[in-house]
Ligand binder design. Structure first.
Ligand SMILES: Nc1nc2c(ncn2[C@@H]2O[C@H](COP(=O)(O)OP(=O)(O)OP(=O)(O)O)[C@@H](O)[C@H]2O)c(=O)[nH]1
Ligand SMILES: [Mg+2]
Length: 426
């Protein structure tokens, strides 16, 4: 017998098929989202129709059917595949006598449960409040009694104001307060980013669909090339395991260094408010020199997932950054790996060392492509330059001469332009 005290809540998922290409896939994903939210999908109801009913989303007969299925399965919560309008939500709740959770609300719940850091928590809260704002219940009976008495002479702003108006105002205040808090956090993150960009270390950002293996790749590389202080990140077989951005520094055997960031994954129909409020988390990717799109190659829907990722990146305003495609989890397919395809695609398994080596080669080709090798003669009086080069570039050869230190240095174009006054032809 199952002795688990906490059982998953039984739910029905419902969808309106208006002929969209990715309908079936989005329903499969909806079930996965429900599971990620500790729900047990007991039934699925679909309706094929040209366009949603403006009042109840589903047609009348379908609404009755859904209610019957809910009663028969002792279900109190129904999930819809699309975001509903406030009135559709209200009407459908009334007619089915069930709680309706639309796709947006479901994703928001998952995010709220997963958020760990203060920043992520605030971002989710803002998105939740924005979702709730137009959905507050309007009801004439909720009109507040006019507050009388006291006669203190205050202008009574509450006079005649409905409870709804008050709720709206409270929520709006709350949102602007949270935005201020977020701005303060964002400011300190920006300072950190500035410091990093000053250090001239190139950066790469892992992006892609949720559960594609971004954190697994990050950890594989951190274990190989991170310093002792560089901690691994949380990886798990569940949607939205990662909600925050982590940045780690990696040092390759040839002294080339780069920063790698891991961040929140995407899913189709990611709520606009959520994307908006996660912009600051995703700023790490927006400032990267290279994007590494991780794709779960073993998922039959990987092409749609790639489209979603590309669309979401555009939505956040991340464009014109070079991107490499990493077809991951090849060990779960029949496809040979690790394999390099052209300059910017690899087929790998994040669980395998050889694959990670190949990935690093590709990353290097992009991040360090404008690296130059030159001989620099640094006078002894400019010792600080030698220390800088030691720390930030790949010194291939050192020779002490009468007039200074002669170094053969592999470095970024930026560093070369900074130090080429010391250049000495071989
Ligand atoms: N078989 C196989 N499993 C993998 C591979 N890479 C990752 N996984 C598994 O896939 C699951 C998801 O991996 P994560 O690294 O957490 O995925 P993510 O992209 O960070 O996901 P989010 O944080 O939710 O966006 C984990 O159970 C991993 O062990 C792979 O190459 N092969
Ligand atoms: Mg992750």
């Amino acid at each position: 017998m199952d002795t688990n005290i906490q059982t998953d809540e039984p739910v029905i998922i419902t969808g309106l098929n208006t002929g969209q290409d990715d309908y079936d896939y989005s329903m499969v994903e909806l079930a996965e989202l429900a599971q990620a939210n500790h729900m047990d999908v007991v039934e699925r109801v679909d309706q094929v129709i040209d366009r949603p009913n403006p009042g109840t989303y589903f047609g009348k007969g379908k609404v009755d059917e859904i209610r019957d299925v809910a009663v028969a399965n002792h279900v109190n919560t129904i999930i819809t595949n699309d975001e509903l309008t406030p009135s559709q939500l209200r009407n459908l709740e009334q007619e089915t006598e069930c709680k309706i959770l639309d796709r947006t609300a479901l994703i928001l719940e998952i995010f709220a449960n997963r958020a760990q850091t203060k920043e992520a928590k605030i971002q989710v809260q803002i998105a939740e409040l924005q979702y709730r704002l137009p959905r507050l219940q309007t009801s004439a009976s909720e009109r507040l009694d006019q507050q009388t008495g006291g006669g203190s002479g205050f202008t009574n702003r509450g006079a005649g104001e409905t409870k709804l108006e008050m709720d709206r105002r409270t929520i709006q205040h709350h949102i602007s307060h949270l935005r201020q808090e977020l701005a303060a956090i964002d400011k300190s993150e920006k300072t950190k980013r500035k410091l990093r960009s000053k250090s001239a270390i190139p950066t790469a950002a892992l992006v892609g669909y949720t559960n594609s293996g971004k954190s697994t790749i990050m950890n594989g590389l951190v274990r190989k090339y991170g310093t002792a202080e560089e901690k691994t990140v949380f990886e798990k077989n569940m949607l939205f395991a990662t909600l925050d951005t982590s940045v780690r520094q990696l040092t390759l055997p040839d002294q080339k260094r780069f920063l790698l960031s891991d961040t929140v994954g995407f899913v189709s129909k990611l709520p606009t408010h959520l994307v908006e409020s996660f912009k600051s988390t995703l700023a790490e990717a927006a400032n990267a020199d290279l994007l590494i799109q991780v794709i779960d190659y073993s998922d039959p829907h990987y092409e749609q997932m790639m489209q979603t990722t590309e669309r979401t990146l555009k939505q956040i305003g991340i464009e014109n950054i070079p991107i490499i495609n990493v077809f991951n989890k090849a060990d779960k397919t029949e496809i040979e790996f690790p394999v390099l395809e052209g300059d910017d695609q690899v087929v790998i398994s994040a669980r395998q060392g050889e694959s990670l080596d190949l990935l690093v080669d590709v990353i290097k080709k992009h991040l360090f492509k404008d690296y130059v090798t030159a001989n620099l003669l640094i006078p002894f009086t400019d010792g600080h330059v030698v220390s800088y080069l030691n720390e930030h570039t790949n010194i291939l050869d050192t020779e002490y001469q009468n007039d200074g230190t002669l170094l053969t240095v592999e470095m970024s174009l930026k560093d070369y332009n900074r130090f080429n006054k010391y250049e000495k032809e071989a």
